[in-house]
Ligand binder design. Structure first.
Ligand SMILES: CCCCCC/C=C/C(=O)SCCNC(=O)CCNC(=O)[C@H](O)C(C)(C)COP(=O)(O)OP(=O)(O)OC[C@H]1O[C@@H](n2cnc3c(N)ncnc32)[C@H](O)[C@@H]1OP(=O)(O)O
Length: 396
């Protein structure tokens, strides 16, 4: 990839791709350089500026000049400063590199800068890299474990004695872990659970922690957290894989519609008992489930709380593939390690091409579902269901 990036960079610097004529001769690059879905945000650009400081290998003077030129073009536009004197070698080389970009638009220069840094980061890695948990910002408790190895960042729910139910702290920690994973060196990110369950959904004791503002304030802040949490899944830029190691309940099922791949053990079940709990669907499932499985199958799950086996969930498209429990971990990780060796930028870009077409819609649906749930949490139906569970009178 570094060689290809280098050749592309040379083309960029020579200005060869800066004229519309050149771009139309390379249709694939036209998408790459000009497609609205491929625009680099200011945040991507700032991330790239930070990433470049963390490069493990010196990229060499030629690449540094390209980075300089793209940076100047992206931030100031075409070179319009006087040419340095012939004896001012360094500044003249920089000026030449910048000037060679001609009238390349700022937005394209920004995108090219981001892509160049990204390819440099990818090529400066070894194929096996373990980021000890200590090197990352640590989650607020050991209920979440984040590791990085073989190009895969794995976020593991780690409350096996509570069936990996999600506490308020865990929602915050998952948001942080996804933000970190989106910027780290890994190609793929995995969410899985430790123990016999994947996740039993929202920890129902979250409802007992009432702030001074009362239940209304609790519902309001819960809806904000839910929205932020789901937004992270909508926006996650790299391939996101669920390794469903056991039964899944509630929000851990609904957000599966936002994953790119879902692998499940044949022991897994998929259960969204929202009506039983006086609640309503979240995680964009009111949109993704009908789209994936058709409206009536989605209604059976989301309205009537029908629990699916792994095979049923696979037939209906929610699960990508089911594995025998005895070989689940081995087979899945062999597969994922192979995928993680694919070119990371290509995977990221392909995912974004797929996701970008409906990102805005997903955000709007998430906002609406969170609002509806805020009201549901204040309903007698919901409060009674939670009290029943907490007083051990009810279980799913
Ligand atoms: C920011 C907020 C966003 C909220 C979004 C809205 C989310 C909605 C949902 O996720 S709805 C789904 C909520 N989940 C449930 O209703 C599941 C409740 N749990 C159960 O019904 C059962 O525990 C079970 C079927 C998952 C497992 O049953 P079983 O195998 O018999 O195990 P136990 O019941 O003995 O469970 C062991 C231990 O774990 C505790 N626990 C399990 N799940 C939860 C949970 N979701 N919340 C709180 N606690 C849970 C269970 O109470 C036991 O604790 P104990 O050992 O008794 O102290």
């Amino acid at each position: 990839m570094a060689g290809v990036a280098g050749r592309l960079a040379r083309l960029w610097c020579s200005g060869a791709l800066s004229s519309p004529l050149q771009v139309t001769r390379f249709p694939a690059l036209q998408l790459h350089l000009c497609g609205p879905a491929m625009r680099a945000s200011q945040k991507d650009f700032e991330n790239a500026l930070n990433q470049v400081k963390l490069l493990k290998k010196d990229p060499g003077n030629e690449v540094k000049l390209k980075l300089y030129a793209l940076y100047k073009q992206a931030t100031e536009g075409p070179c319009n400063v006087p040419k340095p004197g012939v004896l001012d070698f360094i500044n003249k080389a920089k000026w030449d590199a910048w000037n060679a970009l001609g009238s390349l638009p700022k937005e394209t220069a920004r995108r090219n800068y981001v892509d160049l840094v990204s390819s440099l980061s990818a090529s400066s890695e070894s194929s096996i890299q373990v980021t000890p948990a200590a090197d990352r910002k640590q989650p607020g408790s050991d209920a979440l474990v984040v590791t990085s190895q073989d190009g895969i960042t794995t976020i593991t729910l780690n409350r096996p004695d509570k069936k990996n139910a999600l506490t308020t702290q865990m929602y915050h920690d998952i948001i942080l872990a996804l933000e970190a994973a989106s910027k780290d060196d890994s190609a793929i990110t995995v969410l899985t659970g430790n123990g016999d369950y994947y996740c039993s959904g929202n920890d129902l004791t979250n409802f007992t922690d009432i702030p001074p503002g009362g239940v209304e304030e609790k519902a309001r802040s819960g809806a904000v957290l839910l929205r932020d949490f789901v937004d992270c899944f909508i926006d996650f830029p790299k391939p996101l894989v669920a390794v469903v190691n056991g039964p899944a309940v509630g929000i851990s099922v609904t957000i599966l519609g936002l994953f790119d791949i879902v692998y499940a053990t044949d022991r897994a079940t998929f259960h969204t008992p929202f009506s039983h709990l006086g609640q309503s669907p979240e995680g964009c499932s009111s949109y993704t489930f009908p789209k994936i499985m058709g409206p009536s199958k989605a209604t059976e799950m989301l309205v009537f709380g029908k629990k699916l086996t792994a095979r049923e969930a696979c037939t209906q498209g929610l699960v990508t593939e089911v594995f025998p429990d005895s070989t689940f971990q081995k087979e899945v990780w062999v597969r994922l390690k192979a995928y993680s060796k694919l070119p990371p930028n290509a995977m990221r870009i392909s995912k974004q091409v797929i996701r970008n077409t409906e990102k805005e819609k997903l955000h709007a649906i998430n906002a609406e579902e969170s609002n509806v749930l805020r009201e549901r949490w204040l309903s007698d139906e919901c409060m009674n269901a939670v009290v029943s569970f907490l007083s051990k009178k009810a279980k799913l």
